[in-house]
Design a protein around this ligand. Sequence first.
Ligand SMILES: [Zn+2]
Length: 246
Amino acid sequence: MRLLRKHLCAIALSVCAVSTAGAAPLVEPTLHLKPQAGGSGRVALTLDACGGQTDTRILSALVDNRIPATIFVTGIWLKRNAAAVEIMRAHPDLFELENHGGRHIPAVDTPRKIYGIRSAGSPEAVLTEVESGAAALAGTGEPAPKWFRGATAEYSPSAIATIRKLGFKVAGFSINGDGGSLLGARETARRIAAAKDGDVIIAHINQPTHAAGEGVVQGLLALKAKGLTFVRLDDADGVGDDGTTD
Ligand SMILES: [Zn+2]
């Protein structure tokens, strides 16, 4: 869907220019782990919990196979998924919870829509989204988050600067594992299984009815079978572009 959108933009530049009303182009930052000498490679699994429910296929597979993950949770999701939060908290060696915003509003400080979701629209609203997400996590007794990932993972460059000033690193990714959880199981598994040393995978853990979740599990088990090590963002040096980590 993203490719299609970019393609459409390329063939209709003038239309895109009009629709963004002169606002700075959005960025979708990448994030990689620093390469490690020796070993069979490290990858970071990041899973977004935007809203909705919990995909227990993925959660159980992570626990059963002892695969660590960084979970980006919103305030909305935290409120509705107490049982899943309990399971994550019972395995602090596996799960690190980070900030996906208070209300799942894109961290874009000009008014526009991204994948149909209305942006925060102002620097103040970006600030509120980031701080309310951190407050929601603090309310569950979790350690203070160090990473932020905005809804849709797209940002205005000035919003990234705002988030950095609040003390958070911004979590990009290098492999889009499930295409916003809209891909089929087979394609999702193929993308995740293709991860190499240093990759940061993004997928979703909040869509239990989507086929993609099954693919997430298959892809992760394939990586584990290949001998790759999973690390959480806090346990590795992540290097992002667009000023997201430096
Ligand atoms: Zn999200």
